[in-house]
Design a binder for this molecule. Structure first.
Ligand SMILES: C[S@@+](CC[C@H](N)C(=O)[O-])C[C@H]1O[C@@H](n2cnc3c(N)ncnc32)[C@H](O)[C@@H]1O
Length: 520
């Protein structure tokens, strides 16, 4: 009989984590010269998988990969198993088990994912996680372990201590939970008030500013997330270099960060550039943490002895599939060399000046979320720059530069996502399940979580099950139009079959852009 945990009483707000996807991990590893196992045919283990949500979308896009999820909480595993049954996914198994009790007979895995667990468990469990990675990775396999880091968590620790202190008089989890947001709101009001009355030169100004920046974000998050984030018994942030030293004791080596941008930081001052050139990878990234106050790491570890080539092999890039989530809002896009065009994504704003770079980003952005291979990209660019004599080598260098900045993603395999309008359009079964569960957030085939608010999309998407033809879908829209659920774009227009077909195409395009449509 399993012991009850806090996660049984208050299940975690589990969601898909894009950075843990074996396709992304294999892309980064390949760029680092490591021949990573192919994400579409491998074995993946997730330790502390919660209700398994992180694995569902991966299992849909790669049906031949085997996924195993382990979690201590029976409640969460049962939630996951019931969802699995509804999804009819045969390539995931979820087990309630303590990481500490996992036996050697679990076999070997190409990818071991441990997200949001390491910092919240005892040292004994942390050691066991590293031991399992050391003993159960295949030769070229990789472990992804995320953890809270100092120095970023030094200030966050104050918020944890404050919340622990504030809730110590409350015994039950619901009582403690009820206090978190109300207290944070009080603190937020207090610091807003303070900031309106003091000068930046005054003592405590920086602290108030910090709280003012952090608290609104926390107030948006689900209570279950905040409880487990701040009020669990264990929460031990460490320095990056300490984590890597510990991993080394278990014969694991650091390959890179799941957020590539941190591996290839650029520095502005010549003194800093000179100093960084002399540093090894670990020291470099530790200094970046100090300079940027990093609070969370997503380290990729491999078995000792694996060959890592920190100089990215340009030639290899021709074998990749590319994707770019950034868009440009510029009205008059110029391809003239040296003239800037602004691109923006959820994470960054970026100015590109080169003709080829701008063309590549625009082509990839238009095709997003589809993945485009090198040859296809060349053809797309040639179509918009017909006069240009395309230089392959230059394009490779540009794509490498974009990959290192995290502006584009480079995958060794395509993702089975489409923007194309198929005869029997089909969205991810996980999205259909999430809609049936009335979830506000849904999971794309790219492993992103998006908030759906458009009522027509919400009502329409369940019909995209691969069984309704385009004609059937137009019939549905026609019925809705008859019932007054859809209005024509202008009063003079009649709702004709052609207009409904256009509407269907627009809906499918919008749905495709969100990364929900499966390529058959
Ligand atoms: C913060 S949650 C993260 C869940 C999930 N990985 C995610 O990121 O959405 C931590 C998870 O670790 C699990 N956990 C904690 N200690 C464990 C142990 N000893 N064995 C297995 N799972 C454990 C908890 O039950 C919980 O689901």
């Amino acid at each position: 009989m399993a012991t009850t945990t806090n996660y049984d009483e208050l299940p975690y707000f589990c969601m898909a984590r894009p950075s843990t996807h074996p396709l992304r991990l294999s892309g980064i590893l390949n760029l680092l010269g490591i021949k990573a196992p192919p994400a579409n045919q491998c074995r993946v283990l997730e330790l502390g998988c919660g209700d398994g949500t992180n694995l569902f979308s991966m299992a849909i896009v790669f049906p031949e990969t085997q996924f195993i999820g382990i979690d201590l909480s029976i409640e969460q595993i049962n939630i996951g198993k019931s969802r699995l049954e509804q999804l009819n996914l045969k390539n995931i198994q979820l087990y309630q088990e303590d990481i500490l009790n996992l036996k050697n007979d679990i076999g070997c895995f190409d990818y071991i994912i441990v997200h949001g667990v390491y910092s919240w468990v005892s040292e004994k469990v942390q050691n066991k996680i590293l031991e399992l990675c050391s003993n159960h990775l295949t030769d070229n396999g990789a472990a992804y372990i995320s953890y809270n880091t100092r120095p970023g968590w030094n200030l966050r620790m104050t918020i944890r201590d404050m919340l622990l202190y504030h809730t110590k008089g409350f015994q039950t989890i619901p009582e403690k939970v009820s206090q978190i947001k109300s207290w944070l709101k009080l603190v937020e009001n207090h610091v807003s008030n303070k900031l309106s009355k003091i000068l930046p030169t005054q003592i405590n100004y920086g602290y108030y500013r910090y709280l003012k920046n952090e608290l609104p974000e926390f107030l948006e998050l689900p209570e279950s997330y905040l409880f487990h984030e701040f009020l669990e018994d264990n929460n031990t942030p460490i320095y990056f270099h300490e984590f890597i030293e510990k991993a080394t004791q278990y014969n694991l080596v650091y390959a890179g960060d799941a957020d590539v941008r941190f591996m290839f930081r650029e520095f502005q001052t010549p003194e800093m550039v000179e100093m960084f050139e002399k540093l090894d990878t670990i020291s470099k990234e530790q200094y970046v943490d100090f300079l940027e106050n990093r609070q969370f790491h997503m380290s990729i570890l491999c078995k000792k002895g694996i060959e890592i080539n920190p100089k990215l092999p340009e030639k290899k890039l021709e074998e990749f599939y590319f994707s770019c989530a950034a868009i440009t809002r510029s009205k008059n896009i110029t391809f003239e060399e040296g003239k800037a065009v602004e691109f923006e994504s959820a994470e960054m704003v970026f100015l590109e000046y080169s003709t080829l770079g701008k063309a590549a980003l625009i082509c990839l952005s238009e095709r997003f979320p589809e993945t485009v291979n090198f040859e296809q990209l060349l053809q797309l660019i040639q179509a918009i720059l017909p006069e240009n004599n395309l230089n392959k080598q230059e394009l490779i260098k540009i794509l490498l530069r974009f990959s290192m900045k995290g502006l584009i993603e480079a995958f060794p395999l395509p993702l089975p996502i489409t923007l194309g309008i198929e005869e029997y359009p089909q969205i991810s079964p996980l999205v259909r399940l999430e809609l049936a569960e009335k979830k506000e957030q849904v999971t794309s085939l790219r492993q992103d979580t998006t908030i759906l608010s458009n009522p027509i999309l919400i009502h329409f998407m369940p019909y995209l099950d691969g069984k309704h033809s385009r004609n059937d879908l137009i019939d549905i829209l026609e019925t809705w139009a008859g019932e007054g659920k859809i209005a024509p774009p202008s009063e003079e227009l009649d709702i004709t079959r052609e207009l409904l077909e256009q509407l269907l195409n627009n809906l499918l395009k919008a749905i495709g852009k969100m990364g929900y449509l499966i390529k058959s």
